[in-house]
Design a protein around this ligand. Structure first.
Ligand code: VGL
Ligand code: ZN
Length: 207
């Protein structure tokens, strides 16, 4: 293994899935409306994980933040985030260089907050509902997930915490994520929270 290559050795096999979170133009491209610093750098790393997962027979599942033009998720409608990943717009597309080799689970489609890949939450009523991810993983007898993508301190973190709550073993290779750090220290705190929840967080955070 060279210094640049992803730490994929021994990571994948039947029973383990790769979950690629929100590698989308608005997060990964510097022109994106919610750019995660260095976000585009994860694309070649994630592609290495996709190749390793496929070679070892691991399912690969992608998520896509997919918001209506108006949602309480957006600051313009009372929420906290700049408008991003509006359905059917270029910013919502998966990164053009990402290797897509599995189902894409869209989240937030009904105006909910869709932080975790497993569940969405109505920001008004607080009601949560499951995405398709859990059933896709169950169909393939997945017990362990490797989570990469954007942003490490938002949707990756919530996916990891939800995965642990649901009883999955969870591995987070930090080379495959970047942090948006709305507040300084969010990245480091996210790493601590994921570890405290029992996730196997590997490598060094790009912070
Ligand atoms: C995300 C903020 C708002 C993410 C999604 O994918 O990390 N962050 N919506
Ligand atoms: Zn969003």
């Amino acid at each position: 293994m060279t210094a640049q290559s992803a730490g994929t050795a021994g990571l994948y096999g039947p029973g383990t899935a790769l979950v690629v979170v929100d590698v989308q133009v608005d997060f990964a491209d510097p022109s994106g409306s919610l750019y995660v610093p260095g976000g585009g750098d994860v694309v070649p790393v994630v592609n290495e994980h996709v190749a390793a997962a496929r070679a070892a027979g691991s399912p690969v599942v992608y998520t896509q933040d997919w918001h209506p033009p108006h949602t309480p998720h957006f600051a313009t409608d009372g929420g906290v985030w700049p408008v991003h990943c509006v359905r059917d717009t270029p910013g919502a597309e998966l990164h053009p260089d990402l290797d897509v080799a599995g189902p894409v689970v869209r989240k937030g489609t009904g105006g909910e907050d869709g932080y975790s890949a497993f569940s969405v939450r109505d920001p008004v009523s607080g009601e949560t509902s499951a995405t398709r991810l859990g059933s896709i993983l169950a169909e393939q007898d997945v017990r362990r997930i490797v989570v990469v993508g954007l942003a490490g301190d938002v949707c990756v973190k919530e996916t990891v915490l939800d995965g642990r709550r649901l009883g999955y073993d969870v591995v987070v290779p930090l080379e495959g994520t970047r942090f948006v750090e709305v507040s300084p220290g969010d990245g480091e705190r996210a790493v601590q929270e994921m570890r405290a929840a029992g996730a196997d967080v590997r490598g060094a955070a790009a912070l």
